[in-house]
Design a protein around this ligand. Structure first.
Ligand code: NAD
Length: 358
């Protein structure tokens, strides 16, 4: 089968492609615009495979996307390309509207025309999978879990743009019969995560002896999932999920942000080289002494937690990593892959300096 993956140079898309190339016999076409978040170095371990092809393209460019569909004749579309960082959506929502809403609309139309022209078995097996977030459901109180039945109540420009794209995908299914599936997943973490996100930011700032910023009191709860478990779930859904259905994906790992940061600090105490410890000032509290509470983000959701029982029951998926094993692997990966993150921090992966983590 041939998979066309949009956003394959990003954090989750690259995990999906590494999974498809390393663990299956499928072919992959990676479509990515290479925004600041796209990094082809995340695909180094698979990019020599003759089952892998890269096409640099913007999903909003319908003409180019049509030509790519015609050239590669994909069986499955996994649509991950998006602007994904909530803070950036607050500072500049326009790119989120453009890529996440207009881009998804454009891709749906290209996919619909392509699917309409297919025939026989190729047409019957075609699927369009939209990869989305649990943030579309808004925020939870201290109890309860997001199920697939929750109403949409997005609070940030990012989550509103993803909610809109989910609605477009649903409408293309209901109106035009396009064979679609949607997944809504909780927060991911793991290798190759761009250092503007909480977990890599904390690891890299701690190693550099810089402050570890936590919004508000750090009591916001997120449900963490190791990215390779997510990649496995996504491939299961696109190949085995019931058309027209939505599946929530989560790791049963509800943690307050402050707990996440303290877990990272203690893993670094154990795993990081001793010269990094001295940068924390030799303080008896070690890396935790670098924690700095900063003004809360506007519209910050209090708690997300996923009920993943539908995908577990109907598709037999379960995460392999616990929070403890996944976090340990993640810290060790950042310690072992300095070249990858140094190239991101100094901008050399894109030829420009981003000044992240400051
Ligand atoms: P990411 O920001 O790391 O990667 C996004 C990728 O999309 C980048 O490679 C970027 O270059 C590419 N891209 C952006 N605009 C594009 C365009 N117009 N055309 C083509 N490519 C474009 O994001 P991620 O964390 O890997 O998230 C992937 C998807 O999963 C997103 O749709 C996101 O909403 C969703 N999601 C993310 C999480 C999470 O915790 N990271 C959780 C649930 C769902």
């Amino acid at each position: 089968m041939k998979f066309l993956v949009t956003g394959g140079a990003g954090f989750i898309g690259s995990a999906v492609i590494r999974h498809l190339i390393n663990k299956t016999d499928h072919e992959v076409v990676n479509i990515d615009k290479l925004t600041y978040a796209g990094n082809l170095e995340s695909l180094k371990e698979v990019d020599q495979s003759d089952r892998y092809t890269f096409e640099q393209a913007d999903i909003c460019n319908s003409q180019l996307m049509t030509a790519i569909f015609e050239k590669h004749q994909p069986d499955f579309i996994m649509h991950l390309a998006a602007e994904s960082h909530v803070d950036r959506s607050i500072d500049g929502p326009a790119a989120f509207i453009e890529t996440n809403i207009v881009g998804t609309y454009a891709l749906l139309e290209v996919a619909r025309a392509y699917w309409n022209a297919l025939e026989g078995e190729k047409k019957a097996q075609f699927r369009f999978h939209h990869i989305s977030t649990d943030e579309v459901y808004g925020t939870l109180g201290p109890v309860g879990l997001f199920t697939e039945e929750n109403r949409y109540e997005p609070n940030s420009p990012y989550s509103a743009s993803k909610a809109s794209s989910d609605h477009l995908v649903r409408a293309w299914r209901e109106t035009y019969g396009l064979p679609t599936v949607i997944t809504n997943c909780s927060n991911n973490y793991g290798p190759y995560h761009f250092p503007e996100k909480l977990i890599p930011l904390v690891i890299l700032n701690a190693l550099a002896g810089k402050p570890l910023p936590i919004y508000g009191k750090g009591d916001q709860v997120r449900d963490w999932l190791y990215v390779e478990d997510h990649a496995q779930a996504l491939v299961k859904v696109v190949t085995e999920g019931v058309l027209g259905e939505t599946y929530n994906i989560g790791g049963h790992n509800e943690k307050q942000n402050v707990e996440v940061v303290k877990t990272l600090c203690s893993l670094l105490e154990e795993l990081a080289p001793t010269n990094c410890h001295s940068r924390a000032g030799g303080n008896p509290k070690g890396f935790e002494s670098l924690i700095t509470y900063v003004a809360d983000r506007p519209g910050h959701d209090v708690r997300y937690a996923i009920d993943a029982s539908k995908i577990e029951r109907e598709l037999g998926w379960a995460p392999e990593e616990t929070f403890e094993t996944g976090m340990r692997k993640t810290v060790q990966w950042y310690l072992d892959n300095k070249d990858w993150w140094e190239n991101v921090l100094d901008g050399s992966y894109q030829g420009e300096r981003l000044g992240l983590g400051e």
